[in-house]
Write a protein of this length. Structure first.
Length: 285
C-alpha cells in the first residue's frame, strides 16, 4: 500500500496487507500494518489498478481499531469472491489529512513470498508489542529478491535474513543483511530493496527455510521474527455458469473484465485455501 496508488504524492505512509481466505466458508481474514497517522476509515472497493471503484464495505473506528496493526474478518458474498479472484479488489485507508484516501493497495499475488514478524517466533520467544510485515518477489532475471519490510521497532539495530527452519536458530554464517541493500540503507521502516539469491538461497526460500529477524537495543538477539513462506493461491475451477448468472459492472467507466455472478446459489467454486498478499512500493524520488 502506498500513496501513489491513491493519487497522493504528499505522504510517506506505507502499508502491508496479508490476506487469508477459506474457500469452504468464504471467510476472509486480513492483517494490515501501516504508518498512516490518524486513520479515519478502511474502505474495500472493487476496481482495477488506477481507477476509483465501487465501495464493497468499510470499517470505521467505531467498528474496528484502525491503529496498526489492523485485524479484521469478513464473510464474502459470491460476487465479492469472484472480484477477489480476479484481482479487482483493493483496500483504501483514509485519514484526517487525506479524507479521500491516503494509501491504497490492490490485492494481487505478485509478491508471492511473505513473513509476519512477531516476538513469539523468536527463539526463545520474547514479549513485545512490536510487529512487522515483509513481502518478497523473486525475479527470474539475475534471481533478484525484491523486498519491502515494515516494522514498528523504533530502536532497531539490525534487519537480517537467516537460514533455518521454524523454531531453530540459524548459524551466524548464514546471515544476510537487508539494510545494506535497501534504498535508504538504514534499519528504519520501511526497508525497500533487493537481494541477489544464489542457488542455495533459492532452495532455502522454496523449502521455507529462510526467516527475517529484527534486533533492537532492548533485544539484541532478536525482538521479532517471521518465517518466509510462499502463498498458496486457489484455483477457482468454475463450473458452467447458470442461465441466471450476470456480470459485475465497475461503474461508469464500464467493466474491464466479465465476472460471473451466480444468482441461484449454484456451486461455482471448488473448496480449497489460499493466502494473498499485497505490498506495492512507492519508490523514493
Amino acid at each position: 500500500m502506498d500513496g501513489n496508488q491513491a493519487g497522493v504524492r504528499a505522504t510517506l505512509a506505507r502499508g502491508c496487507i496479508l490476506i487469508s481466505y477459506d474457500c469452504n466458508t468464504r471467510d476472509m481474514e486480513y492483517l494490515i500494518y501501516h504508518s498512516v497517522q490518524q486513520p479515519t476509515a478502511l474502505e474495500v472497493r472493487v476496481g482495477p489498478f488506477g481507477y476509483t471503484g465501487t465501495l464493497l464495505f468499510t470499517e470505521t473506528p467505531n467498528s474496528l481499531n484502525l491503529a496498526a496493526p489492523i485485524y479484521g474478518r469478513r464473510t464474502l458474498t459470491a460476487e465479492e469472491e469472484w472480484i477477489l479472484y480476479a484481482e479487482q479488489m483493493y483496500f483504501l485507508l483514509t485519514s484526517v489529512n487525506f479524507p479521500g484516501g491516503e494509501i491504497r493497495g490492490q490485492l494481487t499475488t505478485q509478491y508471492d513470498f511473505f513473513a509476519h514478524l512477531t516476538g513469539i517466533q523468536v527463539v526463545p520467544p520474547v514479549s513485545t508489542p512490536n510487529v512487522g510485515c515483509a513481502t518478497f518477489d523473486l525475479i527470474d532475471y539475475n534471481f533478484n529478491l525484491d523486498y519491502e519490510i515494515l516494522h514498528s521497532i523504533e530502536d532497531a539495530v539490525s534487519v537480517n535474513m537467516y537460514e533455518a527452519a521454524f523454531g531453530v536458530n540459524a548459524e551466524e554464517d548464514t546471515v544476510r543483511s537487508f539494510v545494506g541493500w535497501s534504498v535508504l540503507g538504514t534499519t528504519t521502516s520501511p526497508l525497500i530493496g533487493e537481494l541477489i539469491m544464489d542457488d542455495d538461497d533459492q532452495a532455502a526460500l522454496i523449502l521455507d527455510n529462510l526467516y527475517v529477524q529484527i534486533a533492537s537495543d532492548r533485544f539484541p538477539e532478536g525482538e521479532i521474527r517471521g518465517q518466509i513462506l510462499r502463498i498458496l493461491p486457489c484455483d477457482p475451477s468454475p463450473y458452467e455458469y447458470s442461465k441466471s448468472s450476470e456480470s459485475f459492472s465497475f461503474g461508469s467507466y464500464g467493466s474491464l473484465i466479465e465476472l460471473p455472478i451466480d444468482r441461484d446459489n449454484g456451486i461455482i467454486l471448488l473448496p480449497t485455501f489460499f493466502i494473498m498478499i499485497i505490498s506495492l512500493i512507492l519508490l523514493f524520488i
